[in-house]
Design a protein around this ligand. Sequence first.
Ligand SMILES: [Zn+2]
Length: 511
Amino acid sequence: MKAKKVGALLLAAAMAVCTVPVHGMAAEEGTKTPKYIFLFIGDGMSYPQVQTTNYYLNAIADDGDEILNSESKLNMMKFPVAGSAQTYDSTSFCPDSASTATSISTGHKTYSGTINMDEKMETSYETIAEKLKKQLGYKVGILSSVNLNHATPAAFYAHQASRNSYYEIGEELIESDFDYFAGGGLKKTTGADGDKTDLYQLAEEAGYKVIKTQAEAESLTAEDGKAIVIDETLADSDAMSYDMDREEGEWGVSDYVEKGIEVLDNETGFFMMVEGGKIDWACHANDAAATITDTVAMDDAVGKAVEFYKEHPDETLILVTGDHETGGLTIGFAGTDYDTFLTNISNQKISYAKFDSDYVAAYKENKTDFDTVMADITELFGLQAPDGATESSNQADSKDVHPEGTDDKGSLVMTDYEYQKLQAAYEETMSRTGEEEEFGQEEYLLYGSYEPLTVTITHILNNKSGINFSSYAHTGLPVEVFAMGAGQDEFVGYYDNTDIYNKMAALTGVE
Ligand SMILES: [Zn+2]
């Protein structure tokens, strides 16, 4: 064990000297070329998302008692090797998914919003997936819980100045000739103006089997040839459902990975990229419960890759990383000092997105009164009104019936301060028309561009759990790189996200 550790340190030191491994350089002697490569990218999943999820799983493990231990509940945390990658891009220390996925898939930095093109928008870069297919004959699978022509999956097959060129990205998806696409629906299938030939039709003409039901997905086999599998139950923005909203029996990310392994497995090799895209969306919206449950969902998919690894340990490489952090999530909140009450999060039964679509839309339509809304909030999020509170308690002379004493810190009964914030957010939600184009500074800091009522509910529940978000956007934290299998030791160290590509290329010998 000790010798191995020293070896890894020496390797890291050697790599620091030559910084970037030469493309095509043979891998370390004794390291087999990984024939089966899994690359999991948790969008917006950095250390805070991984660690919060792990502590949460430990906290709920024993009948609601907060268990303070370091047991690794996640598959990815049990990997033998971990490294860290810096994520800045050519625009910012707080990058976006297009540029960061470009770095991971091609080894180049570029501007936020750009997919696999240089900063002048002249040169396009070939991706690791394209190279493995072209040079080594690997089959390729691209999976995402969000739209298949969204930035992260696109960065493995498309080359566009703007990530918003969804139709053109869709055309490149079809041209890629990759073997298996699975996840959320394509965006802008008939172009930005709705006047182009439908992308699914073009895909079928190009020989893809296009599948839109779970029954068909279940019966898909390798003999069916290349396939595009769209999840049957699409939710917000035509992405897959948040895992916490998934119905019993409805396929999640791990089911698509399991099917992917089945159809991609072959003697030559395969490369599979899996994006947990809604971890990012949940963090943008400051929804800790949806963040945790979608992180668990992606980790379950990692578990499928680990099962495959156990059958092919010398030839399989599994990488789990993030593209950037989202939300400035942290464990610890000013209002609870050093305490956390992570089990409180388990009271949330529905994602912010489903609460918006299934409840808030109706509240606005029906002008639902606050007390009725409050009953739903208690049922779906566990938050309770202060004792004896009525809507009039936001008047200046109301008595503080629930003082913020230390005894109450973990309680789900709101303080008057929290309750008044919730009432103000309710008023703001009810008064908005949806036509607002700009928000004032205070409004933005309170609600971002989200539904005021919903984001205030998750803020209060997060804070009562002892966790907090500091942003509605991406941040500059590094990301974890967990590695297991053939070539795993290459991923030790603190490096740049472009080196994730460089290391994969060096291990496989592609140029
Ligand atoms: Zn994002």
